[in-house]
Design a protein around this ligand. Structure first.
Ligand SMILES: [Zn+2]
Length: 536
């Protein structure tokens, strides 16, 4: 069965009804959009086409994307989720399943091995108990133990018929210089890293029991494990994150366990040092707000600052939560203390920088804080939010917002200004390409000129509609040289038309949406569905 065939058997109205109250209107269903806040419904579901679309925020897709967005799953995981939910006997194509299936099975064997060892090794269990981890959470996180002896796991897995090359591929075994095989993890408490749907163990993070270096050791990347893309604890935190639309980011595995034990079940951690955009992108689909709860010593603050910038650039609302200096959630757990009021105690970006601003006593130091603040704010994708933060900070220290806005560092990457210029040129060029392609003149009339960012484009657009573009080019030298420039990129016209025309049309309809009758809305809906479908 192909994914398309599976989709035909999925009842998208039933699926979405679990999260959204849908009412029938004509051949479609309508409800309040689950992806943005609204009071009047602009979220439509078409059972015939098997798709949804929101006129308020532009969210749209099919059953798979709906599950990906609302449950925070990958494409593959979402397909399997639907198959289970609707009792559809779905299997991935054999070849791929076999290759990866093998690797998952091996990880599963290794994981069970570690879990069994923990039961029979009291010092390891004691260590966890002393740190305050309750048995219930040892089970929930499926923690294990890797014995210190050289190659017990390797021997065990080979006895189960697993080839040693696969063990090396998965980072369970390594080859010594003299050619022997050694377990990768030895004498460590083992935290399994699960796939985001919790079905597979992808890798491990091992904490040394007793003294030794490194304190934490992660599985190397493998065909099934990409450290930078996985969040530890996501499989257990997913539901709470979806419910609260927020997540708490902590530094280590023990911190995640501590937070879950304290009832903060929307807590996750990155694997390894720095959080990556790839890992946070996955989170962004199901959360709007990120609380960063790192150690408040200098190293922790630096890491929090880095994480904040990554999160801000993806459009998260970010709060930094500071604990007592030098202590992390794991310390609280060990001491039997509790962390409350995360939501209330977070510093927003302004408060966070204001704290440093007040701490620094020199004028030059304060200048650096302002530059750093502007760096962060400039990462925000939403220009209105950017302005609001600049104004809030400027007001709080008593300077003008305009002045603060000019106070940016010389950027390493192309500045916002040239980026904006580029975008304007791209926009003009795209319009040109559509016009020159000739076959879309009818669609051109459907575009609302408010979708354009620059006046040059609007001018061009109006001339196209009036039909006097050629005359205008003859009269206007600037337009003439622009047209030569645009024409020189001719070979890429076709691709641009496909990419851009569709999104302009959709945005145009969305702009006109409020003024349309129900009947017209349905007509537009069908068109938008069709456009989106064709794009895929
Ligand atoms: Zn919406």
């Amino acid at each position: 069965m192909t994914v398309d065939e599976l989709l035909k058997q999925v009842d998208i109205v039933e699926l979405i009804s679990e999260k959204v109250e849908l009412k029938r209107v004509g051949s479609q269903y309508r409800g309040l959009c689950p992806f943005h806040r609204e009071k009047t419904p602009s979220f439509y579901v078409s059972p015939d086409l098997g798709v949804y679309h929101c006129f308020g925020c532009g969210a749209s897709g099919n059953a798979i994307t709906f599950v990906m967005e609302t449950e925070g799953l990958s494409y593959r995981e979402a397909v399997e989720y639907l198959a289970r939910k609707f009792n559809i006997p779905f299997e991935w194509e054999k070849k791929r399943e076999k290759k990866e299936g093998d690797l998952y099975d091996i990880m599963d064997l290794a994981h069970n091995f570690f879990v069994e060892r923990l039961k029979s090794h009291p010092p390891a269990l004691n260590y966890l108990h002393e740190r305050g981890v309750k048995d219930e959470f040892i089970l929930r996180f499926q923690i294990g133990y890797a014995p210190p002896d050289g190659d017990v796991l390797t021997k065990y897995l080979i006895s189960k018929g697993v080839g040693v090359d696969k063990l090396i591929q998965l980072g369970l075994t390594r080859r010594t210089e003299d050619g022997r095989f050694l377990d990768f993890f030895r004498g460590r408490i083992m935290f399994p890293v699960f796939s985001h749907d919790g079905r597979f163990v992808l890798g491990f993070s091992g904490r040394i029991l007793g003294e030794g270096e490194p304190k934490y050791l992660n599985s190397p990347d493998s065909p099934i494990f990409k450290k930078g893309e996985v969040l530890f604890g996501f499989n257990l935190a997913r539901r709470a994150i979806v419910r609260k639309r927020s997540a708490i980011l902590v530094e280590g595995q023990m911190d995640v366990i501590a937070m879950h034990q304290m009832g903060h079940e929307n807590t996750i951690a990155s694997l390894g040092t720095a959080i990556t955009p790839e890992a946070l992108k996955r989170l962004k689909r199901i959360a709007d707000t990120l609380y960063i709860l790192y150690d408040s010593d200098n190293a922790g603050l630096k890491a929090a600052h880095r994480a904040m910038n990554v999160a801000v650039s993806l459009g998260f609302t970010v709060y930094i939560v500071l604990l007592d200096k030098g202590s992390d959630p794991a310390d609280y757990m060990r001491e039997g203390r509790h962390i409350d009021n995360i939501e209330k105690n977070g510093y927003n970006i302004t408060d966070f920088y204001r704290m440093f601003y007040d701490r620094v006593k020199t004028v030059e130091g304060r200048g650096r804080v302002l530059k750093s603040f502007m760096e962060t704010v400039n990462l925000m994708p939403d220009p209105v939010m950017r302005q609001l933060y600049i104004k809030e900070f400027a007001d709080s220290i008593g300077i003008s917002a305009d002045l603060l806005e000019t106070y940016s560092v010389t950027p390493k990457t192309p500045s916002r200004y040239t980026e904006r210029e580029d975008r304007v040129l791209d926009e003009t060029y795209a319009l040109w390409a559509i016009y020159r392609s000739g076959e879309h003149s009818d669609k051109l009339r459907e575009i609302d000129e408010r979708v354009f960012r620059s006046t040059v484009t609007v001018e061009l657009f109006r001339a196209m509609l009036r039909g006097d573009l050629e005359d205008r080019i003859k009269e206007d030298e600037k337009l003439a040289s622009l047209s030569v420039l645009l024409e020189s990129r001719r070979e890429t016209f076709e691709k641009v038309v496909e990419d851009v025309l569709h999104s302009w049309l959709v945005r145009s309809y969305e702009m006109k949406y409020a003024q349309l009758s129900e009947e017209e809305k349905e007509k537009y809906l069908a068109l938008i569905y069709e456009l989106k479908r064709r794009k895929k």
